[in-house]
Write a protein that binds this ligand. Sequence first.
Ligand code: NAD
Ligand code: WQD
Length: 343
Amino acid sequence: MKRKVIVTGGTGYIGSHTAVELIAAGFDVVIIDNLYNSDITVLEGIHAITGVTPKFYDYDICDLARLNELFIAEGGADAIIHFAAYKAVGESVRKPLDYYRNNLTSLINLLDMMERHNTPIMVFSSSCTVYGQPDTLPVTEASPVKEAASPYGYTKQAGEIIIRDTIASRTSHKAVSLRYFNPIGAHPTAHIGELPRGVPENLVPFLTQTAIGLRDGLKVFGNDYDTPDGSCIRDYLHVVDLAKAHVAALKRLLDGENKTKYEVFNLGTGTGVSVFEAIASFERATGLKLNYTVTDRREGDIEKIWADSSLANRELKWKTELTLDESMETAWRWENKIRNQQS
Ligand code: NAD
Ligand code: WQD
């Protein structure tokens, strides 16, 4: 019998790409998403790639009574992959309670469901944001977790601790937190991709929206950082590579290969890329010239960060395969697809 995985936030950006990889790996995927930041048509995209439409519940995970009914109806699952969260850093500063309520209540409810409904495994979406501005680079899982720069960041720090302590209190449960660096790109088929609502905060969707004419120009937030070209440095990884890491982490837990009941892994390429290098990659991959200007620094930006992912390379037998140019090319293909659909 197929092993069943409940994927919260499964119509979202990373969740949908992971649903595709889970189906390809033979899992039965059940999605819970309240469509707060995604669209029901994503299910069609998943079907177009895999030939399978996952079972879908339009539920708010913060609604414990409804969630309980869902878990009764499903009879639990082999595992939960928990993507659902609010993720806009700037918005979290303006609406901290919304972020604490949504991101922490949803997590606590799911941990509760695991115990009540015989669901022993959780894979959690964490973030490189937990490291703040690191003192040494690249960051390993042992690097200190610094003061978070935003309420969003605190929800990830607190989320990890809540999982760690809950798992420690249970004999047969286990979990993993995956600290993503900067996921970008889209599925190469252009059937699924990122669907930012409103003006994007993140670099790559802003960049593709500029190139397609939705935005006047990209603002490069600062060229006076202590980096080789003065712009900030990040570790951008392709979302399909990131999705595959979830399958690897899940299999490790299901097959009992985990070393401890709760583990943490960095997921990145291991290479730092500046904003100017990202623009150059986009131009190379698409043959376009991008309109951009340099402006002031963005408040709260980290100067530079990239991952040491050797633990994930070794333990999950996972590494990134797709290049930065491929990420840019697929992001551009996806941007064209969605704009052509809308015109
Ligand atoms: P996304 O917004 O595209 O997907 C999240 C999904 O969760 C959305 O479809 C949304 O509708 C759903 N959701 C939110 N709250 C819900 C609730 N209470 N009940 C049901 N559904 C709910 O975001 P994403 O980029 O796919 O991110 C997935 C996870 O990865 C998040 O936890 C995010 O914090 C984390 N993460 C993202 C990034 C990134 O750059 N995208 C980086 C690091 C970590
Ligand atoms: C990347 C670089 C900007 C937009 C965010 C979250 C982090 C994690 C990943 C969830 C930075 C520069 C951006 C623009 C620019 N998410 N930039 N012009 O800030 O690294 O991380 O997403 O966990 O928590 O904070 O990503 O894509 O916003 O920015 O120059 O219009 O691009 O200054 O150097 P960031 P980003």
